[in-house]
Ligand binder design. Structure first.
Ligand SMILES: [Zn+2]
Length: 260
């Protein structure tokens, strides 16, 4: 029996004194991010490095708390084979792992980590899988993770400003710190960002000799699945990827034009 991904079960308990987030038994050090917050008037100054560090620590925790496929497993071998030419994006080295969970999902973090769930791998052929991986890389290339983090942070800075006096250092509550970390693993992207990531997925397919229709095909498959028995396990992917039918049609047109 495969384990269900436990992201949703994450409980954030933070120590307000030490600027660390406790997730389960693990303590995530967010001092750097909080320091960045305190030093600046707005979240705009949250650097790529700050976000990458938060991503790195979140991913470390995720890897420790999810069933990562063994390096010599079929899942890992397939992922290694499909991503052998995908070394870095925007100078950020990429790393890939499979979580052996039933969920149909994949996600990226700003530190270059891509995680693909075996439930997704079971449903997609190689072309579709490369397209989805390319899509996730696109979210890194577009700095979408960083932007989601910045948005979450801005919202918090605004709330924090209400309780702070005389422009003093903003004090984050435990739940605000929890929100900040959650923004990394549960980011909601805009349709514009999703379109751009779809374009990136298409590009990755074409440039690496995979089917130009991999992206549209994967989206069409997800649309179909959302209407069938597997609806509950594709729900999560859909909640963060709105309007998949429209996206599928749009990127199929791109592939049609490429073929001409
Ligand atoms: Zn996306």
């Amino acid at each position: 029996m495969k384990q269900l991904l436990i992201i949703a079960a994450i409980l954030f308990v933070a120590s307000s004194a030490s600027a660390q987030i406790r997730i389960g038994k693990r303590t995530i050090n967010v001092e750097k991010a909080v320091q960045a917050a305190s030093d600046a008037a707005t979240a705009i100054t949250l650097s790529d490095e700050d976000v990458a560090e938060l991503c790195r620590e979140s991913i470390e925790w995720m890897d420790a708390n999810n069933p990562v496929a063994a390096p010599d497993s079929e899942y890992s071998s397939r992922l290694i084979r499909l991503t052998e030419n995908l070394k870095d994006v925007e100078g950020i080295p990429l790393n890939f792992k499979v979580y052996e969970v039933v969920d149909v999902n994949a996600f990226a973090c700003g530190d270059g980590s891509i995680r693909v769930f075996s439930g997704l791998m079971d449903l997609m052929d190689d072309d579709e899988l490369v397209a989805i991986i390319g899509h996730e890389i696109g979210h890194i290339a577009g700095h979408d993770v960083r932007d989601a983090m910045r948005t979450a942070y801005l919202a918090q800075a605004t709330r924090g400003a209400i309780s702070s006096t005389g422009g003093g250092l903003a004090k984050f509550t435990d739940s605000q710190l929890g929100d900040l970390a959650l923004a990394l693993t549960d980011a909601q992207f805009s349709q514009k960002q999703e379109f751009a990531a779809d374009d990136y997925g298409f590009k990755v397919c074409v440039e690496n000799g995979f089917n130009p229709y991999g992206m549209s095909s994967s989206l069409e498959k997800l649309v179909g699945l959302s209407q069938g028995a597997k609806a509950p396990i594709v729900q999560k992917m859909f909640s963060s990827h709105p309007d998949s039918a429209r996206r599928a049609a749009r990127i199929k047109e791109t592939a049609d034009n490429h073929q001409k």
